[in-house]
Every structure is written in structure tokens, then in C-alpha cells.
Design a protein around this ligand. Structure first.
Ligand code: PHE
Length: 343
């Protein structure tokens, strides 16, 4: 019996000594297993209790329980201490230094298409035009019908688009705005209409199924082709510099008569001929013409009294020329490395 008492005391001493070495929860757990676990030191002593007499057993049992309680308490204490230590360690490690300067998100920049639109609008605002905007989901009658492009007209083939039904489509041109404006307002009119247009064209370096136009419309008494030419010359010079000239080529649009396509002196070579203008010296930028008398009367304006001109500027073309962009797709990919160059 005194043997067992001795070994219990020894275990307790061993435990207390080992306890001093415990630094973290892993070593505390190791200690618990080696003393209190199934194969632990205390457990093996308790197994020997079978050999004790009936009088000895409760005495040793009590002593063994005391040792166990002692160890359990110590382990609980150390567990708490270690936990506290680990927590304060973690807090120290994760401390936030509020004095470190933060990452200030960089300011963005205007999109080159919007820059071009703004530049063009500014020019026309200076000439006394006002700005109007219309819907991209447009009625067939505004996009085609009242512009003298009835069903089956060949002009519809070159401007195929997405149809919601027979009467509603994604507009293929901003020219429908001519009708919308003339239906509501009477001359004198001087309006400029920027916006997105849609055509079922495949995307390549010079085409996109979504692009931008700026429509211009002037209606008054005595407006002539000379006024159109003068306005467009002024526009070209303001946007691309004094040396820029315009060239008119006869063309056909169902809603203007006469109609022209308008080229500008190549912005890359100044007219000498280069890769950009395919050695032409000129670059096509817009379509224009005198508003067809039938279009005027479609909107309740008397073509005997009033006349007008209209033009449609291709924004992408203009932006690409203005900022030296050689692939239209760059305008839609929103690659920050590209956009940042316009800051
Ligand atoms: N809407 C025509 C086009 O998309 C351009 C245009 C506008 C022509 C106004 C004449 C007058 O090609």
C-alpha cells in the first residue's frame, strides 16, 4: 500500500515538473494524455488497485482521486492561461495601423467615345443648335417608314437589325429623330441628336453591331445646300484643325434630296495619301443632304415654305481619327490600359 502511495506522490511530482514546461495548448494536451489518458501514468496505477485489500482500496482510491483532481485543475488553469496568451498574441499580430496611408482608388477617365461626342456637341452648341435624345428601341415608322424607306425598300437590307415585332426595332440610324423632332416642333429648327444605333454587322476592326451617330437637323425658310456645306466645313475645321477641308460626293439617301457623302482631309497625312486613308487623302465621316420635301410634309411642314438640311456623323470614325485609334474594338473592350491613355 505504501508503494502505491509513493508512486502516486511520484506521479504528482512528475506532473508538476512537466507542467512547468507547458507553453501552448498542444503541449498541455500531450501532458494530459501521458498522465490521464487510457495509457497514462495515473491510469496504470489505478489498474493495480485490484490487488489491494478492502480496507486499503478506499484510502488509495481517495488519494488517487485527489491526484487526478489536482492534475485536472492544473490542466484547466493552464488551458485558460494558454488561451489568453494565444489570444493576446493574435491581437498583437493583427493590430491595424490606422496611420498607414490607404490605397486611394484612382480616378477614372472619360471614355474616348464620350470625349468625341462632347467635342462634337460643343461645336454645334456654339453654332446655336440644341441637343435632343431619342429612344434606341424605335418604331419602324420613325426609323424607316416616314423617312421614305417603306417595307421591301432595298435600303432596309443594308440596315438589318433586331426586331421586337413587326413595328418595333433597335434603331439603325439616328435619322428617325428628324421625324420625332419635326412632328413636335415647328421651324425654325436647329437640333443635334447623339445616340447609339444598331445593325446586324459582324464585329471587325472597322465595324461594330452597336455604334454611335450624331444627327443634325436644320429647318427654316430659305435654307440651302450652301448652308449645309458651310456648317460642315466649320465643323471639320473646329474638330480637326484649320487646314481640314471637306469633299462632297453625290450619294443617295431616301430621306434627303440631293444627298451627299462627306469626306474630310485625312487626319493622318493631311491629304497626301497614306495607309490610314488608303492613299485617298480623304476619309468618309458623314452622310448628309437636303431634307426631302416628302419628309417635311410627312411631319406637317410645308415644303413650299420651308427647307432644311440633315447630316449624320459617324462618332466612332471621328473618335478614331481624332485620337489615333486604329481598331474600333478597342472602344468597346474597356481595357483599362487603353482607357488610361485618355486621362
Ligand atoms: N442616317 C444615315 C446613315 O446612317 C446618314 C444620314 C443622316 C444621311 C442624315 C443623310 C442625312 O447612313
Amino acid at each position: 500500500m505504501s508503494d502505491m502511495r509513493e508512486s502516486l506522490n511520484g506521479i504528482r511530482e512528475d506532473f508538476d515538473k512537466a507542467m512547468e514546461m507547458v507553453k501552448d495548448s498542444a503541449s498541455a494536451e500531450q501532458l494530459r494524455v501521458s498522465f490521464l489518458g487510457k495509457k497514462g501514468k495515473l491510469t496504470s496505477v489505478l489498474r493495480e488497485m485490484g490487488g489491494l485489500s478492502a480496507e486499503e482500496r478506499p484510502v488509495i482510491g481517495k488519494a488517487a482521486n485527489e491526484v487526478r483532481t489536482h492534475m485536472e485543475n492544473k490542466l484547466a488553469d493552464i488551458a485558460m492561461k494558454v488561451k489568453e496568451e494565444e489570444k493576446s498574441h493574435k491581437l498583437k499580430r493583427e493590430v491595424i495601423d490606422v496611420t498607414i496611408p490607404s490605397d486611394i482608388p484612382g480616378a477614372g477617365s472619360r471614355h474616348p467615345l464620350n470625349m468625341a461626342i462632347n467635342e462634337i456637341l460643343d461645336i454645334f452648341l456654339g453654332l446655336g443648335y440644341s441637343i435632343a435624345e431619342g429612344p434606341e428601341v424605335e418604331l419602324d415608322k420613325y426609323n424607316f417608314e416616314l423617312l421614305r424607306i417603306p417595307e421591301g425598300h432595298p435600303a432596309r437590307d443594308t440596315q438589318d437589325t433586331f426586331y421586337f415585332n413587326d413595328k418595333v426595332l433597335l434603331r439603325t440610324q439616328t435619322s428617325g429623330m428628324q421625324i420625332r423632332i419635326m412632328e413636335k416642333q415647328k421651324p425654325p429648327l436647329k437640333v443635334i441628336c447623339p445616340g447609339k444605333v444598331y445593325r446586324s454587322d459582324a464585329l471587325d476592326a472597322t465595324h461594330s453591331p452597336v455604334f454611335h451617330q450624331i444627327e443634325g437637323l436644320v429647318v427654316d425658310k430659305g435654307v440651302t445646300m450652301g448652308d449645309l456645306v458651310g456648317s460642315l466645313r466649320l465643323f471639320a475645321k473646329k474638330l480637326f484643325g484649320e487646314k481640314t477641308e471637306i469633299r462632297l460626293r453625290p450619294h443617295h439617301f431616301p430621306f434627303t434630296e440631293p444627298s451627299v457623302e462627306v469626306d474630310l482631309t485625312c487626319w493622318s497625312c493631311g491629304g497626301r495619301g497614306c495607309r490610314v486613308c488608303k492613299n485617298e487623302g480623304w476619309i468618309e465621316v458623314l452622310g448628309a443632304g437636303m431634307v426631302h420635301p416628302e419628309v417635311l410634309s410627312n411631319c406637317g411642314i410645308d415644303p413650299e415654305v420651308y427647307s432644311g438640311f440633315a447630316f449624320g456623323i459617324g462618332v466612332e470614325r471621328t473618335a478614331m481619327g481624332r485620337y489615333g485609334i486604329d481598331d474600333i474594338r478597342l472602344l468597346y473592350e474597356n481595357d483599362v490600359r487603353f482607357l488610361e491613355q485618355f486621362k
